[in-house]
Design a binder for this molecule. Sequence first.
Ligand code: C2E
Ligand code: SIN
Ligand code: SIN
Ligand code: FE
Ligand code: FE
Length: 585
Amino acid sequence: MILQERDARRHAEAVAAARVDELNKKQRLVQLLLAVSVAANEAYNVSDAFRATLRHVCDFTGWPIGHVYIASEDDPDLYKCSGIWLVRDYKRFHSFMELTKQTTYATGQGLPGLVAQKRAPVLPQDFKLEQQPRYEIGEQVGIKSALAVPVIADDRVVAVLEFFIGEIVHLDDSLDEVFATIGKQLGRTFERQCAEDRINGLNHMLEQRVNRLAALRDIDHAITTGVDLRTTLAVLTRHAQRRLGVNGARILAYDHRSGDLSTAAQAIERSCELPGPEARQFDDPALIAARSGVLVSLDDLEGLMDNESLKIMLDEHWIKSYFSAPMTASGQVIGIVEVWSVNDLKPDEDWIDYLQAIAGQAAIAMSNRGLLRDLERTNIELTVAYEATIEGWSRALDLRDKETEGHSRRVTEMSVQLAQELGLPHEQIVQIRRGALLHDIGKMGVPDHILLKPGALTEEETRIMRKHTQHAYDMLSPIDFLKPALEIPTYHHEKWDGTGYPYGLKGHDIPLAARIFAVVDVFDALSSDRPYRSGWPIERVIEHIRSLAGTHFDIRVLKAFLRMKGFDNDLDALEQLDKSLARAA
Ligand code: C2E
Ligand code: SIN
Ligand code: SIN
Ligand code: FE
Ligand code: FE
C-alpha cells in the first residue's frame, strides 16, 4: 500500500517534472524567437542580423557551426557562401569551412539548394548529409548532421542559413515552425535594408544632380547679370571641372572660316595638363567634334585615330578619358567644351547631360551679342534636369513607403486633370504638377517607425507626422525653380473651415492649388491600402469625401472632382449647401 502510494507520488512528480521541462523548453524557444526578432530589428545591416541570429541559434542548441549562403545578384538561383560564420572551434573546422567557401549550389542542389526549392526549413532527420559534396571532410571533423533555414524576402529565397551538428539529432517537428519564423524575420530585415539601399543610392544621385543644378544657376546668374565674358567662361570651366569630377576642362572658340580652335578659358589641376589646340600636332578630337557637331569621346575615336600622336600624347599625360562637347548657337558650332581625366570615367546619362548643359551655357555666354539675350532663356537643358530631379525625389519617397507606391503619380495625374476641369491656365497647371509630385516629400523627414507604423498614431507621433508640410517647405524653398510649386506641399493639409494644419488657414486664404490637391489626396489615400488600414471601396470613399463638403473641402472644387469621377448625381445638394454656407457667411 505504502509502496503503491510512493510509486504514484513518484509518477506524479515525474509527470510534473516533464511538464516543467516542457514549459522550460517552450519558454526557451520563445526566448530564442524574441532574441532573433530583437536582433533582426536592431541590426545595423543585414550581415549583423545574420551574425546575431547564428549566434543565438548556436547558443540555444549548442551546435558548433552556423553560416550563410546568399543568392547571387546576377543569378538568383545560385547560392554562394557569404563569408558570414559562427564557428565555435575554428582550428577543428578550418578545412570544412575552406571547402564550403568554394562550393556554390543551384536551386535544388545540395542542402542549400534543397531549402531554396522547398522554401521551408529542412530538419536533420529529413536530409542525408552523405549527399553533400562536403561530406567526407565533414565526417573527418566530426560533423554528423545539419539543419538549414531559408530566408524569404519579397517572396524570394534570398539566403539560406546552415547549421552543422556534431551528433545525429532528431529535432521535434514543431521546431520547423520556429525556424521558419526566424527565416521570415530575417527576410523582413533584408527587405528593409534593400529599400534603404535603394533610397540611399537615389539620394546620392539626386544630391549630385542638385549640386550640378546649383552650379548651373550660378552660371546662369553670371550670364544674365552681364559679368564679362572672360570671367563667365572661367566660372564655367571651374564648375565643369568640379561637378563632373574631371582633372581638366577647357573652352575652345571655333572659327568657321579658318577652321581654327583657340583656347578661351580653362581650369586644370596641377600635373594633369593636356596641351591646348594651338600646340596639337594631330587629328584633334575637338576639331572632329566641332566639324561634326556631335559629342566625341575617346571610345568614339578608336577607329578614327590613324594619327598615333594623339594616343602618344594622351598616354604621356596619363589621360584615360576625354570628351569634347560642341557649343552650338543659332545652329552653328561656335566652340567646344573639352574635359579630361586621368581616371577611366564611366559617365552615366546625367553626367553627359550636364556636360552638354555646360556647353549650352558656354554657347549662350559666347554668343551673347543681343540676339540670344532676347531669346526666351527657359533653357531646355535646365528645365529637363529639374523635372528629372523632381520625379526622382517623388519616386524615392514612394519607394520608402511601399504602401503608397504610385500614390504620387496618381494624385499628380488627378490634380492636373481637375485643374484643367476647373479651367486653370497652363502656367499654373505646370506648377500644380510639380507641387503634386512633391506634396509629401517632407515625409522624408519622418522616421520609419512612425511613417510605416501599422496602427493609429499617438499624439506625439501625430505631432511629428504633421511636421511633413514644414519639412517640405524647408527642403524646397531654397530652390528658386520650385518656389511657385510650393503651395501644394505647404498647404495641402489645410481645411476649408480653418481646422487644418500647419496654419489653420480658412476658405479662400488657402491657395486654390492646395484646395484642389486636398480633395485628390484624401480620395487616393482612402482608396489605397495604408500600413494602418486597408483601402476603402470607392462608394464609401465618395460618400466620405462628400460628407466633408464645406468643412474639409471647398465645395466648388469637390463638385468638379465628383463630376470628373462620374459621381455627378446629387450635385444639387452640394449646390444648396454651398448657397446656404455663403448666406451664413
Ligand atoms: P496619407 O495616408 O497620404 O493620408 C492623407 C490624408 O488623407 C490624411 O491626412 C487624411 O486627411 C486622409 N486620410 C487618410 N487615411 C484616412 C483614414 O483612414 N480615415 C480618414 N478619415 N481620413 C484619412 P492626415 O490625417 O493629416 O495624415 C497625414 C499623413 O499622416 C497620412 O498621409 C499618413 O502618412 C500619416 N497618418 C495619418 N494617420 C495615421 C495613422 O493612424 N497611422 C499611421 N501610421 N500614419 C498615419
Ligand atoms: C560572431 O560573429 O558573432 C562570433 C564569431 C565567432 O564566434 O566565430
Ligand atoms: C520595419 O521593420 O520595416 C520598420 C521598422 C523601423 O525601421 O523602425
Ligand atoms: Fe501630406
Ligand atoms: Fe499624400
